[in-house]
Design a protein around this ligand. Structure first.
Ligand SMILES: Nc1ncnc2c1ncn2[C@@H]1O[C@H](COP(=O)(O)OP(=O)(O)OP(=O)(O)O)[C@@H](O)[C@H]1O
Ligand SMILES: [Mg+2]
Length: 245
């Protein structure tokens, strides 16, 4: 469904992504693992054009583009198919929960308000926040804010949702509620790419795992394979490191 080939991204003269390939099939739950600075966030952001990569090809559900020369209309078609969930939620502080979720529909998609509200209510129900519609982000726990972030992505009905360490800003006791929402989405057939250090989630939910280091994909396989029998010594070393924490 989505295939990235040979993705290169440079920041300030330093090559951060050095030719990354990533293939996502419909219904895949892919976890991306790797040390800090390996380029995981940059990879997700380039796929969603939050950053512009210099080189690489994207094939996405009939769209074929070069990152170096994508047109506005290609970028907008790609972005319509992608949901993004940020580590720090990125909610509008001055908008209520309901407004945060309807905003993209009303402004971005020109959905009439009444219909947008109806769609938002369904999305907020899926993340268990039907009773917080009029709250502002500052009145919510981190776990609740992240669930709003997920509802905001889901409501746009994307083909794939990219999650960038969705639980790593949360207090430990709030991680579970967010992972539960993500597990439910996975069960309902969502296609998800998740940067995370939650190995239990990876084991229970993901069908593919990708280990990145220093701007390249070192190894791809099932989570079980990577965790117990990785081919590459670096994969083994890194995963053993987080497994023993
Ligand atoms: N906007 C930017 N400007 C300059 N350098 C950047 C920018 N964004 C990321 N980098 C650099 O790119 C490298 C990869 O960053 P990235 O955030 O993708 O790593 P990551 O794998 O997501 O790390 P973490 O696990 O800490 O989130 C880092 O060295 C970082 O300093
Ligand atoms: Mg990151």
């Amino acid at each position: 469904m989505l295939k990235v080939t040979g993705l290169h991204k440079t920041f300030d003269g330093t090559e951060i992504l050095k030719g990354v390939d990533l293939e996502v099939d419909k219904g895949d739950i892919i976890v991306i693992l790797g040390p800090s600075g390996s380029g995981k966030t940059t990879l997700l952001r380039c796929i969603d054009f939050l950053e512009w990569a210099e080189k690489g090809h994207l094939s996405f559900d009939g769209i074929e583009l070069e990152f170096s020369s994508a047109t506005r209309s290609q970028v907008s078609s790609v972005r319509k198919k992608i949901g993004f969930v940020f580590q720090n939620y990125n909610l509008f502080a001055n908008k209520t929960v309901l407004q945060n979720v309807t905003e993209g529909l009303i402004i971005g998609r020109k959905v009439p308000e009444e219909q947008a509200v109806e769609m938002a209510l369904k999305a907020l129900d899926r993340v268990g926040l039907s009773d917080r519609l009029e709250y502002y982000p500052s009145q919510l726990s981190g776990g609740q804010q992240q669930r709003v972030g997920i509802a905001r992505a889901v409501v746009m009905n994307p083909d794939v949702i990219l999650f960038d360490e969705p639980t790593s800003a949360l207090d430990p006791e709030l991680v579970g509620e967010v992972l539960d929402v993500m597990k439910n989405l996975a069960r309902d057939g969502a296609t998800m790419v998740v940067v995370t250090h939650e190995l239990n989630f990876a084991r229970q939910v993901a069908n593919k795992a990708v280990f990145m280091e220093d701007g390249i994909v070192v190894e791809t396989g099932t989570p079980e394979k990577l965790f117990t029998d990785a081919n590459n010594p670096r994969t083994r070393q890194f995963l053993t490191g987080i497994l023993s924490h």
